[in-house]
Structure formats: C-alpha cells, structure tokens
Design a protein around this ligand. Structure first.
Ligand code: AMP
Length: 176
C-alpha cells in the first residue's frame, strides 16, 4: 500500500466531535504502526534538511507527539508552545481568535532567542489561527519562521493563506 493510503487508514474520522458539525481527525492510530510513524517523521523533516533549523515548536497537545521526533531527525531543539497557564516559568504569550471566543498560547520567555530559525509543527492545519499565533509568538521572541509542517491539512478552511506571510514553506502529509 502506498504511504498516503496507509496514513489515511490510520487516521480515524469521528463525526460530531467535540461538537456537532466537526469531523474530528483522530491521529492516535498512526502510533500503532512504528514503520508508519518513522515514515511520517522522515517526510516531515526531509523538506527542511537544508534549512539549518535551530528549533521546532510543537503546539499543545498533539504537536508534542511527532514534534520531538522531527527535532531528532533534524538534530535540533524542541520547544513546547502551550495553552495559557500550563508553563511553570516566566512566559511570553499571544492571544488569537477562535471561531467562538479567543485563546492564548505561550512559551517560556527563553524558549526562542534572537536569530533562531524556527519550524512550527502541529498535527493538523484547519483555519490556521493556532499556527499563525505560534508564528507571531516566534517573531515576538526574535525568531525567524522558516516553515510549517503538519500531518493533516483541511484545504477547504484555507489555513495556508493565513500562514503565507510568515513563510510560504507549508508542508502537509495528507490533505482533505
Ligand atoms: P486552527 O487553528 O483552526 O488551524 O486549528 C488547528 C488546531 O485545532 C490544531 O491544534 C488541531 O489539533 C485542532 N483541530 C482543528 N480542527 C480539527 C479536526 N477536524 N480534527 C482534529 N483536530 C482539529
């Protein structure tokens, strides 16, 4: 079976979760197949091999699953970006709008230093609001956004357009 088919089979679609109208893409099945995990990591890392990435930002919480493995593959650091109130030391934060209401993400203030070349990773790109907020946070700390990588992109929500101004290098393994 080709890679895309194996990946699609491992991703379970759950209608009306967490609320009516949302088709939740459950990625946990990918980790039932270590070979598939390895291939995902390799395919997410490979486009950035020559980009001299210093740090990968993983976005809470599903960005923490593959993010550290991509960082290992690129031999760079991994940084956690979390929802408000979870990090124990001094932080910098960015507020952003959700479909209903708003949210805040933050990173330890020393997580990124001026000049860092940063790759932003999450499991899924939907409207792009979350990844754009992570990109804003990166810039606030003096980092340079080199690109974005996602396991899944939901094309109809147009999230990539929101990220273009930070970096046009936006990689996804499977698009719906
Ligand atoms: P957005 O900010 O709209 O791009 O949403 C992306 C964030 O929401 C990611 O952290 C995803 O994990 C999560 N997310 C949004 N839509 C879905 C979905 N249909 N299935 C699973 N996760 C989703």
């Amino acid at each position: 079976m080709i890679f895309e088919e194996r990946l699609k089979k491992a991703i379970h679609e759950v209608p009306d979760f967490p609320e009516p109208g949302i088709i939740f893409k459950d990625i946990t099945g990918i980790w039932h197949d270590p070979e598939l995990v390895r291939e995902c990591v390799q395919r997410l890392a490979a486009p950035f091999e020559k980009d001299n990435i210093h740090k990968i930002i993983g976005i809470e919480s599903r960005g923490f699953l593959m993010g550290p493995m991509i960082a290992q593959a690129l031999n760079c650091s991994f940084v956690t970006v979390r929802k408000k109130g979870k990090l124990p030391r001094e932080t910098l934060h960015v507020n952003y709008e959700l479909e209903y209401g708003n949210a805040t993400i933050e990173a330890h203030q020393d997580a990124i230093v001026v000049g860092d070349r940063v790759l932003i990773h999450d499991d899924l790109l939907a409207t792009g609001g979350t990844a754009a907020a992570a990109a804003q946070l990166t810039k606030l700390m003096g980092g340079q956004v080199v690109g974005f990588c996602f396991i899944i992109q939901l094309l109809h929500l147009g999230g990539a357009a929101k990220l273009q101004s930070f970096s046009p290098k936006i990689i996804s393994l499977i698009d719906y």
